[in-house]
Every structure is written in structure tokens, then in C-alpha cells.
Write a protein that binds this ligand. Structure first.
Ligand code: GCV
Length: 661
């Protein structure tokens, strides 16, 4: 199947045919060689120029890839001036990232090769920058909105040019690790750690390694039973320990350099240590000990909560679960364990406070998990550029120590001097021709990588950069698409669930409005609306969730006077007539944002229609179809939500607009 080159299309800047640059490299490993290949592709596309490697006279080469101690092995220093460029690093990954930075810069300033006058030095903000794929071996993707898997089909592993192009795309934005299969390890995926798959996995691993990407996969906690024929997977059982130790030795012998395993345990029906009366440190450490001799890591997901809750029970609070489970274990995990924590305490809603666990753990490696796949944010049928949201998450200060204590500081390991940590994104890719279903959803994939490598970047800068790399330099296209991207998350938030309350989606597939879709279910996701008001009381008078934060944040959320409007219903149960800081009542806020959000979606479509002459017909058609759907679907959201709350409250819209009573 044909597919687009996304941001690696290298659209022509100006033609300098007949010219050939030279490149000299101090490195000769596969990563640097792929860097040279990328330079060749880039210069050909941008200038129609050739590139020739030279082994001698390195000093005269147009581009020099230089080994330089003192620069982080995944960082780089690039200098480009007067038709010559030097890309320096102490490691090959750094050189590769420097090359991508150089190609990016050429496209950003859109100048002739000789005119580039630029230098940049970067050290990655996070040690680990990871894509998580929820691909099943059958080929379908859990929460996939862009076709089928390009890693797996019919229980076989696919290796083709797309594998290489995926690795190029990931490396171009600084991704250095990827988990290829679903955390819900289903069917044949249990056997990924068996000889059946070692050969193709090795081939895949080699491709990824050539782009500086460590391969990981998700394992099934009950594998000793399912694969090993034991009668238990108890992490404290010696037979289980021995089985995992032998298994790890076998896996690493087949796949030397494998990054490690990711585990979802005791979560949404998955097996785990709780089955045996053990805790999650017992489970994670047993695996960590098994993989440690191989240099492997265990990424242990913290998405653990009671998914069999009684909706009548107003004291149990799913939001509390992650902290309640893991805080008592702080300091007990091995050095090669990383706890992976979702950005919020619930599950990737359009707005949530950050998980208090980030501020709680002081002696544990941790990693932030975000979802680039738009499960709850429009499923890649609506545009929803999430990078400004991730930026806010990273900037949130947890006030948990005197020193640096934002989420960015904490997960990078900076706060407490941890060597491991970073950011992971559940990806939005599939085998659709444009990789991400919605063409503009590629900005999230790109943006996650860029942000995880450099957490000082802004959402707007990343958006503008992505648009230029993807569509070339056409001011109207650039301005319009950047504008749409930047307005898209607030727009989506405004016509869906209000004021931080979340959910209100159709059960199971999570698409489209259904205010009571999860209200009487077992999932712990309630809005508690009645005729007087709505919201969940998570203060000390309610579930006590607020108190999981350090005092400064706990007080901010606990007090209505200081609790930010956008999260007020997450933390408080309020009457519809309560006046927000905006000066509007809760009910009027609901009406106003829903009318405004749907209008904004209609405006997006108008903006896209103006781009018709400037975009390739196929791209325009795809965009037009998605934005038309978004316009219509945002009206459905608006009307369902407004009608529901009008019927509950009996309070009319102050502006007398149409509400379907
Ligand atoms: C992979 C949510 C999703 C599930 C997902 C789970 C998780 O509940 O709906 O599909 O399972 O999160 O993150 O493990």
C-alpha cells in the first residue's frame, strides 16, 4: 500500500542540480550510516543535490559528522555556515538527531544550502522517549483509528519498507524506544517471548537499532502458566522466578540489546501479583531481577483501579486508586524498574488534573504516559492537537520538594537524580495511507516526539514547524493549519464534557456523546448530576482525593475560591446556579461553551475549504471529509449535552438559543 511521507517528504526549497556535497563521518556504525542516508534523501528532495561520502580529507568535507566528548551521546551540536556544516556528538544517536535537526532547520528557514547560518546545541530533556503501540498480533489495534497494524497481521510480524519509514519518522523526532504490542497481551502475543517469533523480531530490532530505537514488548504476567506449564505465576514462587530468569536469558540471547518488557498487571481484568496476595513491588522486582543480568528494564504501568465498582458507592473514588496503590511502595522498586503513570488520575480525558503520584514518589523511577491516539478526544475524526495539553501537564508544579518539581522535572529524573525516566505516548498510527487517519493527527505524533526530546518547546512552535515540514512554505496553508491546530483542543473541550468532569461518552467505543453512558456502570466514572447540580466532591468532605497532593495544590483544589474553573467539576459537586470565576453560572457556561464549540467546528470547515486550491486533491478530500464530520458531530455533542442539562435543571439558556427540550 502507498503511504505518505508525512514530515519527511522534503519538499523542494530551490534547485541546485549538478551540485554534489561531500560528507565525512567519524562514526561508522549503522545509526550514523542511516544518518548519511537521510542527509542524502533530504538534500536530494530539498535542493536536488547529490551527497558523496569521503573517507579522507574529512576537514574539507561540506558536512562533517564529528565525534566530540562532552556532548551527551543523544544530544548534538550543529553549526552550519557558508555552505559547510558540522554535526557533533559523543554518540551516533546524537549525530542522527543532529542531522534531522539540520534538515528541519533548512526547511524552517527555507534558504539555499549556502545561505544557512545557524547553530544549535541540544541535550535531550528525557532519558527515555517512547512510543507505545496497542497493536494486536491479529492486526487490529486497540483504540486504533487509522487502519490496521503495520507491525502484525494474522499473527505474523510484518517487515517491509514501512518498518524502515516508521523508524525514520520516530528517530527524526528523537524517539529512542518503542513497544510494539498491546499492553493487553492477547492471543498469540503471549508467544512473542518464544522461538516462534525470534527471527522476525530480530529483523525488526535490527531496523530499529539502526535508527537508535530500543525494542520493547509487552508481556503477559501469567506467562509462566500459559507458556511455561507451571500452575502458578506467583512472583514469590521460586519456580516462577527461575522460569522468568531462564526465559529472559533465552530472549536476550535471541535479541541482544532488547530494551525490556512492559507490564499491565491487575488492571482491567489482566492477571497480576494481587491474584497471589502479593504487591506490585513483588511483581515488578521479580521480573526486574530476571532481566537485570541481560541489561533489561521493566516498565510497569500504574493504571490499576477497581473496575467493578458499585455506582451507588460515593466514597470509593477511582481517581484515588493509582496513588493509593503505589505510594506505599515508594523506594521498594529495583533500579531497573520504571513506573509508567498516566498523565491524569482517570484515563486520558480531554481535561484532568495531573496524577498526584508524580508528586508523591520520591525514590522510584517514573515515566509519564500520554495518549496521542485520540480515544477520548475525537478518535482522529475530530481535529484535536494535544501538544498544548501535554505542555500544560509537563509544566504543572507538584510543589513536592524545594527543588525542581514540575512533571517535566519529575519524570525526566532531574528532581531526585534518577537515571531512568521519561515520556511515553500511546501512538495513533496504523496502515492508513496517511499513517494517522486524520492528516492533522500526524502533528500529535510528531509533536509528542519533539516535546519529549525538548520539553522547552511550545505547542505553537511545534505546530508551525510540523506544518512547514509537511506542507512546505505556503503562508496561507501554514497560517490556517497552525491556527486550526492551536484552537482545536479548546474547541473539542468546549463541546464535550464540561469543566473537567470527563466521560459522557458512549460505552466501550468511547465515541460520541452519552451523558449517562458511564453513570450507572462499574467503571468508577461518574458525574453525579441531579436536578440541582453536578460534579464529584473530591475534597476532604468528599472522597479526599485532593489530599493526595502536596498542601499547596491540595488547598488550591480543595477551596472553591481557588480551584480553576476548567477543573471545578472534577473536584466539586456544584449547583447549576453556582457562579464561576468567569462570572457565568455553571449551567450558562455549559450552554455557552457548547454553542461556541460547535460554531468553532463549523469555522474550521470554512477555513479548510479556503485551502482547496493550495492542497493536493487527495489531502484536501481527506481533510474535507473529516472536518465535515466534525462540524456535524459537534452539533450532536452540543445538542445532547445542552438538552440533557436543560432537562435536568429546568434552567433556560439566558440567550434563548435553540435547546431541544
Ligand atoms: C489497553 C483504557 C482503554 C483501554 C486500554 C486501557 C489501558 O481503559 O479504554 O483500551 O487498554 O485504558 O490504558 O490499559
Amino acid at each position: 500500500m502507498n503511504y505518505t511521507k508525512c514530515w519527511l517528504a522534503y519538499p523542494t526549497i530551490c534547485r541546485e542540480q549538478e551540485r554534489t556535497l561531500t560528507v565525512h563521518s567519524d562514526f561508522d556504525g549503522p545509526v550514523a550510516q542511516n544518518g548519511v542516508k537521510e542527509l542524502t534523501l533530504g538534500l536530494k528532495g530539498l535542493y536536488d543535490m547529490g551527497l558523496e561520502p569521503v573517507t579522507e580529507n574529512g576537514a574539507d568535507a561540506s558536512i562533517r559528522l564529528v565525534r566530540k566528548d562532552g556532548i551527551h551521546p543523544e544530544g548534538y551540536a550543529v553549526q552550519a555556515r557558508g555552505g559547510k556544516a558540522v554535526v557533533a556528538s559523543s554518540g551516533e544517536r546524537g549525530v542522527l538527531y543532529g542531522i534531522f535537526a539540520l534538515l528541519r532547520q533548512l526547511q524552517t528557514v527555507q534558504c539555499a544550502w549556502d545561505d544557512l547560518d545557524w547553530e544549535e546545541e541540544k541535550t535531550p530533556s528525557n532519558p527515555m522517549r517512547m512510543f507505545n503501540h496497542w497493536d494486536n498480533l491479529t492486526g487490529d489495534i486497540e483504540r486504533g483509528y487509522s487502519g490496521q497494524s503495520f507491525f502484525f497481521r494474522d499473527n505474523e510480524i510484518i517487515i517491509d519498507q514501512r518498518t524502515v519509514d516508521y523508524a525514520r519518522m520516530a528517530a527524526s523526532v528523537g524517539i529512542n524506544a518503542t513497544v510494539i504490542n498491546n499492553v493487553n497481551v492477547k492471543g498469540a502475543a503471549v508467544e512473542l517471548i518464544s522461538p516462534r517469533y525470534y527471527k522476525p523480531l530480530r529483523d525488526m530490532q535490527e531496523i530499529f537499532a539502526g535508527y537508535g530505537i530500543d525494542l520493547y514488548f509487552c508481556i503477559e504476567f501469567a506467562a509462566p502458566i500459559l507458556l511455561g506449564g507451571l500452575d502458578t505465576a506467583d512472583p514469590c514462587d521460586d519456580r516462577v522466578k527461575a522460569w522468568w530468569t531462564d526465559k529472559a536469558a533465552e530472549v536476550w540471547q535471541a535479541l541482544p540489546g532488547l530494551g525490556g518488557f512492559m507490564v499491565k498487571a491487575d488492571s482491567e481484568g489482566r492477571p497480576g501479583p494481587f491474584t497471589y496476595g502479593r504487591n506490585h513491588a513483588d511483581g515488578a522486582n521479580m521480573l526486574a531481577d530476571a532481566v537485570a543480568p541481560q541489561g533489561g528494564k521493566i516498565i510497569w504501568r500504574c493504571f490499576v483501579y477497581d473496575c467493578q465498582q458499585d455506582w451507588r458507592d460515593t466514597k470509593t473514588d477511582r481517581a484515588r486508586a493509582c496513588y493509593d496503590h503505589y505510594m506505599p511502595l515508594d523506594g521498594q522498586f529495583r533500579d531497573n524498574v520504571i513506573l509508567q503513570i498516566k498523565n491524569g488520575p482517570m484515563d486520558f480525558q480531554v481535561r484532568e488534573p495531573v496524577s498526584p503520584l508524580f508528586g508523591g514518589l520520591k525514590h522510584t523511577n517514573m515515566m509519564l504516559e500520554v495518549q496521542v491516539a485520540q480515544e477520548y478526544t475525537g478518535q482522529q475524526r475530530h481535529v484535536c492537537y494535544l501538544i498544548p495539553w501535554f505542555r500544560q501537564v509537563l509544566d504543572q508544579d507538584l510543589y513536592c520538594q524545594e527543588g525542581p518539581s514540575t512533571v517535566a522535572d519529575l519524570v525526566s529524573g532531574r528532581s531526585y537524580g534518577n537515571a531512568l525516566g521519561g515520556m511515553a505516548a500511546v501512538t495513533n498510527t496504523g496502515d492508513d495511507p496517511n499513517w494517522t487517519g486524520h492528516d492533522l493527527a500526524a502533528a500529535n505524533l510528531y509533536g509528542f516526539g519533539r516535546l519529549s526530546y525538548d520539553t522547552s518547546l511550545t505547542g505553537e512552535a511545534i505546530a508551525a514547524e510540523w506544518v512547514r515540514l509537511t506542507y512546505g512554505k505556503e503562508p496561507k496553508v501554514e497560517d490556517t493549519l497552525t491556527d486550526i491546530l492551536m484552537k482545536s483542543w479548546p474547541a473539542y473541550e468546549s463541546y464535550t464534557a464540561p469543566l473537567g468532569i470527563g466521560w459522557m461518552v458512549n460505552p466501550n467505543h468511547h465515541y460520541g456523546p452519552n451523558v449517562d453512558g458511564y453513570e450507572y456502570a462499574q467503571w468508577g466514572t461518574y458525574h453525579r448530576a441531579d436536578w440541582k447540580g453536578l460534579g464529584v466532591d473530591r475534597t476532604s468532605r468528599g472522597t479526599g482525593y485532593c489530599q493526595q497532593y502536596a498542601p499547596k495544590l491540595a488547598n488550591l483544589y480543595e477551596n472553591l475560591e481557588t480551584c480553576p474553573d476548567e477543573l471545578v467539576l472534577f473536584f466539586h459537586h456544584l449547583p447549576y446556579t453556582y457562579v464561576l470565576k468567569s462570572g457565568k453560572t455553571v449551567i450558562q457556561h455549559i450552554y455557552d461553551t457548547h454553542f461556541a464549540g460547535a460554531e468553532q467546528a463549523a469555522e474550521f470547515l470554512r477555513q479548510i475549504e479556503e485551502l482547496e486550491p493550495l492542497l493536493e486533491p487527495e489531502v484536501y478530500e481527506r481533510l474535507h471529509a473529516r472536518f465535515s464530520h466534525q462540524k456535524e458531530h459537534s452539533c450532536q455533542w452540543r445538542d445532547v449535552i445542552n438538552t440533557y442539562f436543560y432537562r435536568k435543571s429546568g434552567i433556560p439558556d439566558a440567550q434563548g438559543r435553540k435547546i431541544y427540550a
